[in-house]
Design a protein. Structure first.
Length: 163
């Protein structure tokens, strides 16, 4: 199973491809879409194209994306929702299924605690994937989202086979 994880953001969107094999999980690629101060519609286009490009390049089976959390600032949450929407639309147009996970689910799956700090997520992603360098926080969050999806699929598969 090959999964594209996405950590959406209106300034930086993290992308990470993780593959699950019999031997375990490994990172195929990770990057971020770094956007400047262009108007929001142009940044949303960058996200759309960036997601389409990585899907075309690495052909993941599915996409996992972090859900919007309730922020103190409604405007920030709305902009983040638009960034997520752009990424989701790109994945759907590219005929990929999309799974959504909360930050709490992702952190629990990767670190074991829903209250984990960014640095802890980065450390565990690096350790789980055997990376030689620590990814940027948005890249690590994207990889963590993909790992969460793989773990979830593995648990669901075991539950189905047990019934």
């Amino acid at each position: 199973m090959r999964v594209l994880g996405i950590d959406p953001g209106s300034r930086n969107t993290g992308l990470g491809i993780v593959e699950s094999t019999r031997e375990g999980i490994r990172s195929i690629a990770y990057r971020r879409i770094k956007m400047g101060n262009e108007p929001l519609p142009l940044r949303l286009g960058q996200i759309y194209r960036g997601v389409s490009d990585i899907i075309s390049e690495f052909n993941p089976d599915s996409v996992a994306i972090e859900q919007v959390f309730m922020a103190n600032n409604a405007k920030s949450a709305l902009v983040l929702g638009q960034a997520r929407g752009s990424a989701i639309c790109s994945a759907v147009v590219m005929d990929r299924s999309v799974a959504e996970y909360s930050a709490l689910q992702i952190k629990r799956s990767v670190v074991g605690s829903g209250n984990a700090k960014k640095e802890q997520v980065q450390h565990m992603v690096r350790a789980l994937l055997g990376l030689t360098q620590t990814p940027q926080s948005d890249e690590a969050d994207a990889l963590a989202c993909a790992i969460c999806h793989i773990h979830t699929a593995q648990v669901e598969e075991k539950l189905l086979s047990a019934s």
